[in-house]
Design a protein around this ligand. Structure first.
Ligand code: NDP
Ligand code: MG
Length: 380
C-alpha cells in the first residue's frame, strides 16, 4: 500500500489522480490533499477519501471547513501547501498544483525524502537546477507525470544516458494549430480553451495554444533527463498518439503510444517501476486510426517556443522570468484583459528587461518571480 499526499487535488490532474486511487483501493491511500478555492469539490473529496490533512488557499475557507469536519486537520496558504507536501505519513507526493507556488513545497518534500510524482512543470522551469540538485543530494526519485516526459522516461528504461542522440517531444499544436498569425490576432478565450485532443486545466490549455506549453516542456526535459537543449527537438504530431520519443546513437527510435489519457502517465508514476491494469482507459486501436501525421515545427509561427529555448539556453534566472511572465500574461488573457498575441509580447518584454542572475538561490528565484509578476502587471 502506497500512501499519497496530493497538491492540487481539485484540478484536472488532481481529480484524475483520485480516479487512479479510486480504481486501486488496495494499492493506494490518500493521506493529505491541498486545494485552491474550489471548496464545494473539496468537501466531496473529504467525505469520500477522509484525508487526515487538508490545505486550502484562503484562511476563511480553512475556518469554514474546520467547523464542518472537526476530526480533520486543516491548514492554509503557502505554509499549508508545504505542510501537505511533507506530511509524514505519505510516501509519495503528487505535485499537481498550478504554477511556481509549487516550488517551495517540492523542495521541502525532497528534503523529507518523499518520492515526487511531478506534474507541476512550472516548478521545474522556474528552478530546475535547485530541484534536481536537491533530489540528487537526497537520493529522491523525480517521476514525470507530464505525458511527454513519462513517454521519454518509459522509453529510457534500461537504456544508458550516453547512448541518447536526442529527445523528440511531440506537440499536438493546440487549439489554433491551423490558424495563421493574422487569424490569431482576434481569437477568443472560448476558442483557445477548446483543445482538440486533451481535456486539461485552463492555463495549460492556453499554454498549448500559444505553444508555450511545449517550451516549458523542453526546459522540463532538459532538467529531468540531464540533456543540453541541442538534443531536445519538438515535432508537430496532431493526433497526440505518440506521446514522445527517444532517438539513440544507433539510429533506433523508441516511442511510447497511447490514447490521450493523462491517467496513464499519472498511474505509471505511482506504480513505477511496476505497472497496474487501467481498465477504465480506452485501448489504442491503430487500425481504426489508420494514419499518423508529423510536421516540422514552425518557430516563426509559434514564438513562445523560441522564447523558451532561448531562456533555457541562457539559463540562470531567465527561465524564472519566462515562467512568471507567462503565468501573469495567461491569467490576464483568461480574464479578458489582453488579446491572445499580447501574451507573447508581454513575455518578450519581461525577458528583454531582465538582467540575468547565474545560479540563483531559492530566495533569488522567489524575488525574481515576484518582480517579474509586478513588472508584467505594470504593463497591463
Ligand atoms: P488546474 O487548473 O486544473 O488545477 C490546478 C490545481 O491547483 C487546482 O487544484 C487549484 O485549486 C490549485 N491551485 C491553483 N493555484 C493555487 C494556489 N495559488 N494555491 C493553492 N492551490 C492552487 O491545472 P491542471 O491540473 O491542468 O495542471 C496542474 C499542473 O499539471 C500544471 O503545472 C500543468 O502544467 C501540469 N500538467 C497538466 C496536465 C493536464 O492534462 N491537465 C498535463 C501535464 C501537466 P482550485 O481549483 O481548488 O482553485
Ligand atoms: Mg505535456
Amino acid at each position: 500500500m502506497k500512501t499519497i499526499s496530493l497538491l492540487g487535488a481539485t484540478g484536472s490532474i488532481g481529480t484524475q489522480t483520485l480516479d487512479i486511487i479510486r480504481e486501486h483501493p488496495s494499492e493506494f491511500t490518500l493521506a493529505a490533499i491541498s486545494v485552491g478555492k474550489n471548496i464545494d469539490l473539496a468537501r466531496k473529496m473529504i467525505i469520500e477519501f477522509q484525508p487526515e490533512l487538508v490545505s486550502v488557499q484562503d484562511y476563511h475557507d480553512c475556518n469554514t471547513l474546520k467547523a464542518e469536519f472537526p476530526t480533520i486537520k486543516f491548514t492554509f496558504g503557502q505554509e499549508g501547501l508545504i505542510e501537505t507536501a511533507v506530511y509524514d505519513k505519505a510516501d509519495i507526493l503528487v505535485n499537481a498544483v498550478l504554477g511556481s507556488v509549487g516550488l517551495h513545497p517540492t523542495l521541502q518534500a525532497i528534503e523529507c525524502g518523499k518520492v515526487i510524482a511531478i506534474a507541476n512543470k512550472e516548478t521545474l522551469v522556474t528552478a530546475g537546477h535547485l530541484v534536481i540538485e536537491a533530489a540528487q543530494k537526497n537520493n529522491v526519485p523525480l517521476l514525470p507525470v507530464d505525458s511527454e516526459h513519462s513517454a521519454i522516461f518509459q522509453a529510457l528504461q534500461g537504456e544508458k544516458e550516453k547512448n541518447i542522440e536526442r529527445l523528440i517531444l511531440t506537440a499536438s499544436g493546440g487549439s489554433f494549430r491551423d490558424f495563421t498569425r493574422q487569424e490569431l490576432k482576434n481569437v477568443t478565450v472560448e476558442q483557445a480553451l477548446n483543445h482538440p485532443n486533451w481535456s486539461m486545466g485552463a492555463k495549460i490549455t492556453i499554454d498549448s495554444a500559444s505553444m508555450m506549453n511545449k517550451g516549458l516542456e523542453v526546459i522540463e526535459a532538459h532538467w529531468l533527463f540531464n540533456l543540453p537543449y541541442e538534443k531536445i527537438d519538438v515535432l508537430l504530431h496532431k493526433e497526440s498518439i505518440i506521446h514522445s520519443m527517444v532517438e539513440f546513437h544507433d539510429s533506433s527510435i523508441i516511442a511510447q503510444l497511447g490514447t490521450p489519457d493523462m491517467r496513464v502517465p499519472i498511474q505509471y508514476a505511482l506504480t513505477y517501476p511496476d505497472r497496474l491494469p487501467l481498465r477504465s482507459s480506452k485501448r489504442l486501436d491503430l487500425a481504426s486510426i489508420g494514419k499518423l501525421h508529423f510536421e516540422e515545427m514552425d518557430m516563426a509561427r509559434f514564438r513562445c517556443l523560441g522564447f523558451a529555448y532561448e531562456a533555457g539556453k541562457k539559463g540562470g534566472s531567465m527561465p524564472t522570468v519566462l515562467n512568471a511572465a507567462n503565468e501573469v500574461a495567461v491569467a490576464a488573457f483568461l480574464e479578458g484583459k489582453i488579446r491572445f498575441l499580447q501574451i507573447e509580447d508581454l513575455i518578450e518584454k519581461a525577458l528583454t528587461a531582465h538582467q540575468i542572475t547565474t545560479h540563483p538561490s531559492l530566495t533569488a528565484i522567489q524575488e525574481i518571480d515576484k518582480e517579474t509578476r509586478e513588472y508584467v502587471h505594470s504593463l497591463l
